[in-house]
Design a protein. Structure first.
Length: 60
């Protein structure tokens, strides 16, 4: 926004082409999707908890 307001050239946005998605499905399990591979289980939920906790700690 700063670049736009100051009249400078904007940087081109390049979204990630490879990303990890983890969706909680309840009962302590989750669905993990990565590069066309899908896995469902308790370890996916535990991984989600680790990632989410780490993210929240950064902003406390």
């Amino acid at each position: 926004m700063e670049r736009y307001l100051s009249g400078r050239r904007l940087k081109k946005y390049s979204p990630q082409s490879k990303y990890l998605s983890i969706l909680s499905t309840g009962e302590g399990e989750a669905l993990l999707l990565y590069r066309g591979i899908s896995v469902h289980g308790k370890w996916c939920w535990r991984l989600k908890q680790v990632i989410d906790s780490s993210f929240v700690r950064k902003y406390k």
